[in-house]
Design a protein around this ligand. Structure first.
Ligand SMILES: [Zn+2]
Length: 278
């Protein structure tokens, strides 16, 4: 048997995504830098903590949450996904089940109303989670949830509700990992580079150059799919629905998405609803 490897849309072997938390004013600059380079990702927001309309921060405040109207204006015109991050940024661990449920469900509900979208992603406040919080997320209709664990690797997650990142943007290995990601060809698995952080940290540490350099280096490569978190999740889930015959010569795609894989030396494209032989 030859190896079968999932490919991303267009048959691409690699994907890149970002994940940024808290809904702070600096996200606007992050969107500009990322989108200028064709890169996007996901913002994880606390809908119970938007700043009051017209609120003025003290001049030296770095963690500046956007007001709801500002957030709507900034995020709705972007290509990024909106995901939940708990209604009041409470750590889910240790909360009574009904309160943890409210933190997730209320956040999801208000974000869906505000941004007129489906909210299906989550990032754990403080990175804290346990088995009980994972169960509650599932019951609230959340499909994936990001931790703050770094793998320093490019494997797709095996557990989407305990999703690790490749690294934080301030990781000293960031550019070494980026170089390895770009230069590696013919890996035996689909490759995902997943970066997380808070955009206010770029102001706090005066290092916007870190993300500028990273995005410019990763940009405009013909073997990378630039996607939001949920786009990657949805593609992987659709791929898992493919049906193969026992001879591994035919494949049926019952989903509404176009799917790609390689099988040995063959590149296979399976249109939505079609059966192909290969
Ligand atoms: Zn946070």
């Amino acid at each position: 048997m030859a190896n079968m490897i999932m490919r991303f849309p267009g048959g691409l072997p690699k994907a890149l995504t970002l994940s940024y938390d808290d809904g702070v004013e600096q996200d606007e600059r992050l969107i500009e830098i990322a989108e200028r380079n064709g890169i996007k990702g996901t913002f994880n927001l606390n809908s119970g903590l938007f700043a009051k309309e017209g609120f003025k921060y003290e001049p030296d405040t770095i963690h500046r949450r956007m007001s709801l109207s500002h957030a709507r204006e900034v995020y709705k015109k972007s290509s990024w996904e909106i995901a939940a991050h708990a209604y009041t940024h409470a750590s889910l661990v240790g909360l009574p089940g009904n309160i943890a449920t409210k933190e997730i469900f209320q956040d999801r509900k208000e974000l869906e109303e505000t941004f007129e979208t489906f909210v299906r992603g989550f990032a754990y406040p403080y990175g804290a989670f346990d088995d009980a919080s994972v169960e509650i997320l599932k019951n609230c209709g959340i499909c994936y949830a990001r931790t703050v664990h770094s793998t320093h690797d490019f494997h797709l997650p095996t557990d989407w509700l305990r999703l690790p990142a490749t690294c934080h943007h301030a990781d000293p290995q960031l550019m070494d990992l980026a170089k390895r990601f770009v230069e590696t060809e013919n890996w035996w698995d689909p490759m995902l580079f997943y970066v997380w952080g808070h955009s206010y940290e770029f102001e706090q540490f005066d290092n916007w150059g870190v993300i500028e350099e990273f995005c410019e280096y990763m940009a405009k490569r013909d073997d990378i799919w630039y996607a939001t978190n949920i786009e990657i999740y949805d593609y992987c889930k659709a791929f898992s629905e493919l049906i193969f015959n026992t001879d591994m010569t035919a494949c049926k795609n019952p989903t509404s998405r176009e799917l790609w894989f390689t099988y040995g030396e063959k590149d296979v494209y399976v249109p939505s609803g079609n059966t192909v032989t290969f």
